[in-house]
Design a protein around this ligand. Structure first.
Ligand SMILES: [Zn+2]
Length: 471
């Protein structure tokens, strides 16, 4: 009996050890002069070979097999390249290679920032293609600042599958970085000056904190507890108008990253009046949706950018409804429009208003129906909060149908698939005329009047109030 207990205890310990270590182990060492990165890869199961989405094995130097770091064995057979992958021969459990960061950057990067190395791990981090597994990364970068999309884990980082929506960015070198704490998370921010433009760290941080706060007000926390945030200074001199944040986007590749291009000169008030950051952070409220159904991700972000700026008091209620009516009208003006699902077959530029605002109209319908059916107990905010709890950050690419079906399982008031069936394959903008009547919104982009006797006037007011105001 005693012997049995001992062996079962050992058995348990082994099971525990193997699940705790169910990760590929990587060591990434960045040269202090940023000329190269040395990688040691020890996949848990080396039989499938290693793959890098934008990798060219011909660019790797010193590719060699290594003995198990735990053993004293020396020479091992070299890995081979086969079909764009690195294949480990039998008995080889780890490999090492060097990737020439500097040489590759000079080829691809026009605006070289002094003492800063920008690269994409998708070019140099060769990973096993084993869905559902995890890669533990030890990063050695002595004396330099580091910004990577990978979530922090213990003393290093942990990479899981991701939708690979576009190409990840890693930055090494001399730049300012700051962790900004927000409800339920930390923005891991890199401030990247250019040769001509320097960011004001305090002003930029305040702007990020407040705009991320727009998102945490939706259900009390960030959808992703530790997004990488890249702020690139752009030269705005000579421009008297235009957004202080000319561009932003979200990258979901080995982690979730939000990237902004920012003119350093405008005052904080100008940053805070701009919708770009609220829009980009709002993308994190949904998982990555297939690129041919951009109308869903852009639409929900467009809806929330308006709602949240109204809730923060940047837009008055009149202004926010004028903005929505104007955008809906512009999308409606497209001649011979396809359905929202059909927009991907047409020119993005010509379809952009329909792509951005058809999904926003669906979001407005969903939010209104949820509040109406639940007498105010439920909203798009509360359902998205449950989506976060079950499924975000997500490792997968979602279809619109999968997302809307999932949302319906998260509420007693399923409205999403009905809306999907009603609008996703019907040509043109989802109609909002009856909806606007019920909400008591009358008028157009120029003049808007509110009818407080309208049946759902209480929902019109609640949509633009923070959950605290409404309570
Ligand atoms: Zn967007």
């Amino acid at each position: 009996m005693r012997a049995f207990l001992v062996s079962s205890a050992i058995g348990l310990a082994l099971v525990f050890a193997s699940s705790a270590n169910a990760a590929h182990r990587y060591r990434v060492a960045v040269d202090p002069e940023h000329r190269w990165v040395d990688v040691q890869a020890q996949p848990e199961d080396p039989s499938g070979g290693l793959h890098a989405r934008n990798g060219d094995p011909g660019k790797l130097a010193m590719l060699a097999g290594c003995a198990d770091p735990g053993s004293s064995e020396q020479a091992v057979e070299p890995p081979v390249l086969r079909g764009g992958r690195i294949v480990l021969p039998p008995g080889v459990s780890c490999i090492t290679y060097r990737y020439p960061l500097e040489q590759m950057a000079r080829r691809g990067q026009a605006d070289l920032r002094p003492r800063v190395m920008v690269s994409s791990p998708s070019s140099w981090l060769w990973l096993p293609e084993a869905p559902g597994t995890q890669t533990q990364v030890e990063l050695v970068a002595p004396g330099m600042a580091v910004s990577v999309p990978w979530p922090r884990f213990e003393d290093g980082y942990r990479i899981t599958d991701s939708p690979e929506s576009s190409t990840s960015v890693a930055v090494f070198g001399e730049f300012n970085q700051r962790d900004i704490n927000v409800a339920g998370g930390t923005l891991r921010v890199a401030f990247l000056d250019s040769a001509q433009a320097r960011l004001d760290i305090d002003k930029t941080s305040r702007w990020l904190e407040i705009t991320a706060g727009d998102i945490t007000s939706v259900y009390g926390r960030m959808p992703n507890p530790q997004p990488q945030v890249l702020v690139w200074a752009v030269d705005g001199r000579g421009r008297s108008s235009g957004s202080p944040i000319p561009f932003g986007n979200v990258i979901r590749d080995t982690g979730e990253s939000v990237q902004f291009f920012v003119r350093p000169d405008p005052p904080l008030t100008a940053y805070l009046a701009d919708w770009t950051a609220t829009h980009e952070f709002a993308h994190l409220l949904l998982p990555y949706v297939r690129s041919d159904q951009k109308w869903i991700s852009e639409g929900f972000a467009g809806y929330y950018q308006n709602v949240l700026l109204a809730r923060r008091g940047v837009y008055t209620h009149e202004q926010v409804w004028k903005r929505l009516l104007r955008s809906f009208a512009q999308a409606q003006a497209i001649r011979n429009p396809p359905s929202p699902n059909g927009t991907a077959d047409r020119s993005f530029w010509e379809m952009r208003m329909l792509i951005y605002w058809s999904g926003a109209a669906v979001a407005l319908h969903a939010d209104t129906r949820l509040r109406e059916m639940s007498a105010g107990a439920e909203s798009l905010d509360s359902v998205l909060g449950r989506l976060q709890a079950c499924c975000l950050p997500s490792r997968q690419v979602w279809s619109g149908e999968a997302l809307f079906s999932k949302l319906d399982t998260l509420t007693e008031y399923p409205v999403f698939m009905d809306l999907y069936r009603e609008f996703s394959d019907r040509n043109g903008m989802p109609s909002t005329d009856k909806l606007m009547d019920a909400l008591g919104v009358k008028g157009d982009a120029e003049t808007v009047l509110f009818d407080d006797d309208a049946r759902l006037a209480w929902i019109r007011r609640a949509l633009m109030a923070t959950p605290d105001d409404a309570g």
